[in-house]
Design a protein around this ligand. Sequence first.
Ligand SMILES: NC(=O)c1ccc[n+]([C@@H]2O[C@H](COP(=O)([O-])OP(=O)(O)OC[C@H]3O[C@@H](n4cnc5c(N)ncnc54)[C@H](OP(=O)(O)O)[C@@H]3O)[C@@H](O)[C@H]2O)c1
Length: 210
Amino acid sequence: MSTKNFRKLLADNSFPRVVTAEIAMTYDGIIGIGSKLLYNIPQDMERFVQNTTGKIVVMGRKTFESMGCKPLKNRFNIVISKSMYPEHKRDTETNTELFVCANIANAINFIEGMSSWKDRQICIIGGSQIYKMFENYIDEWHVTVFENENEQTILDRFGEDIRPDIVRFKPLLQLMNDNNLTVHNVDRMNPNNVKICFADLYRTIEEDMQ
Ligand SMILES: NC(=O)c1ccc[n+]([C@@H]2O[C@H](COP(=O)([O-])OP(=O)(O)OC[C@H]3O[C@@H](n4cnc5c(N)ncnc54)[C@H](OP(=O)(O)O)[C@@H]3O)[C@@H](O)[C@H]2O)c1
């Protein structure tokens, strides 16, 4: 699907124009080891919850599995997979929906018929394959950067054996250059001696947003 077609799909179905992404990474683009995140930092998790609650979150099958196959509460969870059986599940008590499909268009068309979800923002939450799939459509990246980590520090800490398990997206500077992103808000902190930087990166070229 081209960028314009995805935007047309959203526009035709009255979805908000802006698509966001949540990602936590090292400067050199590492986002996970095997099925695990690099760090579990409460401040990062709080930010993730705040940025995604009440919205439509889109993830790949491996990320869904890394969450124990449990959809996130108070969100409409779209899981993209060719190997999983397509399904829709609802938990009204927790306001949680799960929609498994091989193509996001199926989910968007389905949500369009649901008055409670159809005007909600779309957030891409990973992992690497899904960021790559939607990269050209994402207008705002909410990035957590682990400032003191990189491939070498990770290998030093966990040993060379984990090298094949390293999951990477792309280096931060390359992500910014490829997508004409500029830095807006930046917030640095040092919880439990982990230097992290929360940054909001916005797409500066509007041509694809028409
Ligand atoms: N740091 C972060 O912010 C962050 C966020 C999320 C995840 N992660 C990490 O990222 C890692 C997982 O990322 P990943 O890239 O390995 O996997 P992923 O993107 O979560 O999921 C990959 C799966 O998505 C499905 N998929 C991909 N392209 C597709 C297409 N064109 N059509 C249909 N289905 C498609 C396939 O599922 P099928 O094989 O079932 O077809 C594929 O195996 C984990 O380590 C996780 O902890 C990190």
